[in-house]
Write a protein that binds this ligand. Structure first.
Ligand code: GTP
Ligand code: MG
Length: 344
């Protein structure tokens, strides 16, 4: 399935049906009185987080969604039928913004959550409604209220407990594939990963969801490379795994480049707990390993873990370190894991 995490759609709720002006007319009954029914309510536009979706790709193909109008009231006190709602199904983790992308209208983090984005217009009252002791034959009814129309932006921010960040080629996807059943594309060129991918990790009888995202490069916040928009997918994570390729020239510089981009992105990424690990340890001589660890330690101000996704060295230490961070304030199973296995 193709991945899309942003979509702009136009929605319109239904108009309310008009109220009806009508009088009871029957043989032998004089002054039968008003009997115009009310109009039906227009349908709402609803956005609902559903199970089994992890992309907004459907909204590339359809961008206009209209709920049905309410039907007009009729004589003999018949009320018009309400218009049907229209439901936009989205994956859990979808945020709904106003067209400008700044005002958040709804944040649907759990399957089953739903919200009305545009309310259908109310139906108008028929003349029967206006009957009173002083006006027994009202000759007016209300028109239905118009529906609302607006353009909204849907933005998917995947729900994961931890996210892997790093330069391109750092071994992020290889790490995810080593610790979960996910099968991300892996290759020895930068920007192999174009879309985020999730995997469920099991460690010590626990599960958590790990996200692999594209690589960051210097200037990503200014749109260089793939930009940094995909960092939205780690905004909700409790922990970051920062992988630094041990085979690059200077692990400390590589580390700082990514940190600068996280800071430039904002949204609290810089403050998130971070596990730092030097990757591809199997490809390093003991001297190189020592040197790169020292450079990385100086830059990160913490002793890095050492890992090789290729041989499995240090992998469980990294997972346990992530688990400890996630554990601090997360209930188990986490929201991300629940979203992954809905209903069970
Ligand atoms: N020797 C060795 N090579 C590795 C290891 N992990 C990854 N690689 C290699 O490094 C290259 C890049 O790996 P990826 O997992 O695609 O890197 P990435 O960080 O996901 O890269 P982007 O998606 O482009 O950001 C591939 O050729 C991998 O085979 C490792 O632990 N040891
Ligand atoms: Mg990758």
């Amino acid at each position: 399935m193709k991945f899309l995490d942003e979509a702009k759609v136009y929605v319109r709720s239904g108009d309310g049906g008009n109220g009806c002006i009508s009088f009871r007319r029957e043989k032998f009954i004089e002054f039968g009185g008003p009997n115009g029914g009310d109009g039906g309510k227009g349908g709402d536009v609803v956005v609902e987080a559903v199970d089994g979706l992890n992309t907004l790709i459907d909204y590339r193909y359809q961008q206009h969604f209209k709920a049905k109008n309410g039907r007009a009231g009729m004589g003999k006190d018949r009320h018009g039928a309400s218009g049907l709602d229209i439901v936009l199904k989205v994956p859990a983790g979808t945020q709904v913004y106003e067209e400008n992308g700044e005002v958040l209208l709804a944040d649907l983090t759990e399957v089953g959550q739903r919200t009305v984005i545009a309310r259908g217009g109310n139906g108008g009252f028929g003349n029967a409604h206006f009957k009173s002791s002083t006006n027994r034959a009202p000759r007016h009814a209300n028109p239905g209220q118009p529906g609302e129309e607006l353009t909204i932006r849907l933005r998917l921010k995947l729900i994961a407990d931890a996210g892997i960040v790093g330069l391109p080629n750092a071994g992020k996807s290889t790490f995810l594939s080593a610790v979960s059943a996910a099968k991300p594309k892996i290759a020895d060129y930068p920007f192999t990963t174009l879309h985020p991918q999730l995997g469920v990790v099991e460690i010590d009888g626990r599960e958590f969801v790990l996200a692999d995202i594209p690589g960051l490069i210097e200037g990503a916040h200014a749109g260089i490379g793939l930009g940094d928009r995909f960092l939205g997918h780690v905004e909700r994570c409790r922990a970051l795994l920062h992988l630094v390729d041990g085979t690059v020239e200077h692990a400390g510089i590589a580390y700082k480049t990514v940190r600068a981009e996280l800071a430039a992105y904002g949204e609290g990424l810089e403050e998130k707990p971070e596990i730092v690990a030097l990757s591809k340890a199997d490809a390093l001589t003991p001297e190189q390993l020592k040197r790169q660890s020292a450079l990385l330690k100086r830059a990160a101000k913490t002793t890095p873990l050492v890992v090789s996704a290729a041989t499995g060295l240090g992998v469980s230490d990294v997972l346990r370190a992530l688990l400890r961070v996630i554990d601090r304030d997360e209930e188990w199973p986490s929201e991300a894991v629940k979203a992954w296995h809905p209903g069970g």
